[in-house]
Design a protein around this ligand. Structure first.
Ligand code: ZN
Length: 288
């Protein structure tokens, strides 16, 4: 019998939203923040009460409005996304719009399968990939050079080269480039937040009085929200991430937004509150 994929559905104004758990891997805080001194991490864990044993989840968001199906990011190759969609009665050809936040492997895995979808990609991300290809290929691999097996690093480079040279040109006819801050699909806006990678963007969706702020890969744990803000070792420009975290957190609080993070433990949803030492992630039930 096939396993059931975790899917969490909720409403955002007129939208029916579903978070599909694309993947779930055991991980520890020590591995994720191996660049942070151990005593500093231990102090932060005591502050937030988080467990050092964590899950690395991949959450993919589907929004449905009438007969329109909008998917945010295209999952990890060989992840559970297609099976999760099938559970919701949706085939890849039913996806009308695909919103791409950045081109890391776990966000573009099934891009070619959604071949009926218009692909919304930030203008800045497109420009980076088409004018700075070498830099974009190197951005991820250099984080792992000397720290991961050489084949793994070469695999990352190959995946990113393929995105620049084959995947991006192959979707050019259905690609819609969107400027930061400009509304698209009526209710969607990209927010430039290029710290994790230089093409990385957060996303805001509004429906009536309701706002969802998808922080994508900006943070994944409460301990990253405590001052001084902590960036994880998967972030290429860690100084920028530290500056972006409080900006996004303040924006979420101002708008009373539901916050979604791709790698926050499934279903990846929370609300943020300001605290003496930064911000805290609150489960939605506690805030409502
Ligand atoms: Zn990611």
């Amino acid at each position: 019998m096939e396993n059931t994929i975790n899917v969490h559905s909720f409403e955002l104004g007129d939208y029916k939203c579903s978070v599909i758990q694309d993947f779930d891997q055991p991980w520890t805080v020590w591995e994720l923040f191996s660049n942070v001194p151990k005593d500093e991490l231990e102090a932060k864990l005591r502050e937030t009460g988080e467990d050092p044993g964590i899950r690395r989840c991949g959450n993919v968001l589907l929004l449905q409005l009438g007969t329109n199906n909008i998917l945010v990011d295209a999952g990890l190759p060989d992840g559970n996304l297609l099976q999760g969609l099938e559970q919701l009665g949706i085939t890849p050809r039913d996806i009308d719009s695909l919103v791409l936040t950045h081109a890391d492997m776990d966000h573009v895995g099934y891009l070619d399968i959604f071949d009926k979808a218009t692909v919304y990609f930030p203008e800045k991300a497109y420009t980076m990939w088409t004018t700075n290809e070498d830099m974009m290929i190197d951005e991820l691999a250099r984080l792992f050079q000397g720290k991961a097996p050489i084949e793994q690093v070469k695999g990352m480079e190959a995946q990113r080269r393929k995105f620049a040279q084959e995947v991006l040109p192959s979707i050019s006819a259905r690609l819609s480039r969107v400027k930061e801050g400009e509304a698209f699909l009526n209710d969607f806006t990209f927010i430039e937040s290029g710290g994790h990678r230089s093409d990385h963007h957060a996303l805001e969706v509004r429906s009536g009085d309701h706002t969802l702020l998808h922080v994508v890969d900006t943070f994944r744990l409460s301990l990253q929200l405590t001052k001084p803000h902590l960036a994880c070792r998967f972030d290429t420009y860690q100084g920028l991430v530290k500056a972006i975290i409080p900006l996004l957190a303040k924006r979420a609080i101002e708008k009373h937004a539901i916050v979604l993070g791709t790698h926050i433990t499934f279903p990846g949803l929370c609300q943020l509150e300001e605290a003496e030492n930064g911000f805290v992630m609150k489960p939605l039930a506690e805030v409502n």
